[in-house]
Ligand binder design. Structure first.
Ligand SMILES: Cc1cc2nc3c(=O)[nH]c(=O)nc-3n(C[C@H](O)[C@H](O)[C@H](O)COP(=O)(O)OP(=O)(O)OC[C@H]3O[C@@H](n4cnc5c(N)ncnc54)[C@H](O)[C@@H]3O)c2cc1C
Length: 279
């Protein structure tokens, strides 16, 4: 899984299947059911910390469900489409509203699951509906009001549905203004974030009334490391892989940071990064 996550960490999945169509996904789910094999759905692996002992069962990559169709101000995306591709397609069609997402290195499905956001925008502001499938192969359509989108959370964290497509409603805009906003947001990321190292983005959620990065920095934790995992010198909110980090290194560092911040400031930091795999 180190080849399929932006952290570049994780042991083997028993099986990794890249599906190219909804029909293939349905066939795979029915086989998994027949042989009683657990499944895990993978986007771009940009918010994941995968166990050094890998993932049991089938990891399903939806990368192949990447079609993007634009009709007026509506964009229908396969769940495996990259946010980057969708942002660029929207910009070319003079559709505004998704600029915030340019630079978030995930898929549209992963972004909806996380209600990903940045710079004042988040998926809840642009999504109108999604299609999903359960592990029995039953399809359903969810409207925005069904999705319980909150800060880095959605109903998909608890209902176990696999998102297969996402419909966005954007606003008519000006291609060069949209491009300028996308470039501005991307530039801010490049300046502030340690994009030169593998990571899974912000390690912790923003605690109410605080910023995780500021709390970590105030406690002199920038640069602190366990094995190959390090609190970034550039942005204390990011744990980075300096080259040889294991999942265990990252987990130990996360616990160390949590302990220091809890003792010093009484604030409970909660990981945004999702741990997956064998414990
Ligand atoms: C450098 C960097 C910067 C980042 N910046 C931001 C940021 O500004 N804002 C932000 O919110 N996040 C940010 N992230 C985190 C990450 O990119 C987002 O959380 C993203 O939405 C995850 O998408 P993904 O496709 O990679 O999902 P994955 O990491 O592959 O999966 C995340 C979860 O979603 C589930 N999932 C994925 N696809 C589906 C699907 N189709 N159906 C059901 N479940 C699914 C997975 O099972 C998993 O539980 C950043 C990450 C990095 C590395």
């Amino acid at each position: 899984m180190s080849r399929h996550t932006t952290f570049k960490i994780g042991g083997n999945a028993d099986i990794l299947v890249k599906v190219k169509s909804l029909a293939e996904l349905k066939n795979l789910l029915s086989l998994a059911k027949e042989f009683d094999v657990p499944c895990f759905v993978l986007g771009k692996g940009s918010n994941l910390l995968v166990s050094d002992d890998g993932i049991e069962g089938i990891v399903i990559s939806l990368d192949g469900l990447d079609e993007v169709k634009i009709d007026g101000d509506t964009v229908v995306c396969g769940a495996g489409a990259s946010l980057r591709a969708v942002c660029i397609a929207a910009q070319k069609a003079a559709l505004a509203g998704l600029e915030f997402a340019y630079g978030i290195p995930g898929t549209v499905g992963g972004a909806l699951y996380m209600n990903a956001g940045a710079y004042g925008g988040e998926m809840s502001q642009v999504v109108v509906s999604a299609t999903a499938i359960d592990f029995e192969g039953n399809e359903s359509v969810l409207d925005l009001s069904d999705m319980q989108l909150g800060y880095r959370t959605s109903v998909f964290k608890s209902n176990g549905l696999i998102i297969t497509s996402v419909t966005l409603k954007l606003k008519n805009g000006d291609t060069s203004e949209i491009k300028a906003a996308m470039d501005d947001f991307f530039g801010r990321r490049r300046d502030k974030q340690p994009l030169e190292y593998p990571s899974a983005g912000s390690t912790f959620k923003r605690p109410e009334g605080y910023f995780a990065g500021a709390l970590i920095e105030q406690n002199n934790l920038k640069g602190v490391s366990v094995g190959g995992a390090q609190v970034s010198e550039k942005h204390a909110g990011f744990v980075i892989n300096t080259g040889s980090a294991t999942c265990q290194d990252v987990l130990s560092l996360i616990n160390k940071v949590k302990d220091v911040v809890k003792t010093a400031d009484g604030v409970e930091l909660e990981p945004e990064v999702i741990f997956v795999g064998r414990k």
